[in-house]
Design a binder for this molecule. Structure first.
Ligand SMILES: [Zn+2]
Length: 167
């Protein structure tokens, strides 16, 4: 597996001035697509040893979700590839039902003024191309109004996909 060095997120820094200005080249880490846990040591296994359910995915240390975090994995056609256990609960879905459906069946951009300058579809598309930036925007569950979630969108994995971490 080749290590990719991401460009420093200048666009992100401009939007989020509290981020440190100097960051080391991003290291890549593995995490479970179901429970979000990072394997304790290097493993050849493709499946998480902790929950036994999720496939191990890979992203940068900056983008990796917290253990037990809510996140989705989306491909370049905006189709859902994975939904973490916490995101299943948050979005009232099951991964098995969500996979291969369009992202917007689960998550849509928050209303325009709440959304901020980052377009969800554009952010996902660029992340799925592996551009190495982390983008932040606001989204809401497709079936729920009045709920606003912070979304952090970054590249993930090979073949390239986008990781959407929900806070
Ligand atoms: Zn797991």
């Amino acid at each position: 597996m080749t290590q990719r060095v991401t460009r420093s997120g200048r666009g992100v820094l401009a939007l989020v001035p509290t981020e440190p200005l100097h960051r080391a080249p991003a290291e890549r880490v593995q995490f479970c697509g179901h429970c979000g846990r990072q394997p304790e040591d290097a493993t050849d296994s493709r499946v998480c040893r902790s929950c036994g359910l999720g496939l191990l995915l890979e992203t940068t240390t900056e983008a990796v979700p917290a253990e037990g975090g809510a996140f989705l994995v989306i491909d370049s056609t905006m189709a859902v590839c994975g939904v973490s256990a916490a995101a299943e609960e948050l979005l009232a879905t099951r991964e098995t039902e969500a996979v291969n459906h369009h992202l917007t069946e689960l998550l849509v951009p928050a209303d325009a003024e709440a959304q901020g300058p980052t377009n969800l579809a554009v952010a996902v598309t660029w992340a799925a191309r592996g551009d190495g930036e982390i983008r932040r925007t606001f989204v809401r569950p497709a079936k729920t109004f009045g709920v606003r979630l912070k979304a952090r969108i970054a590249s993930c994995n090979s073949p390239d996909a986008a990781l959407i971490v929900l806070d």
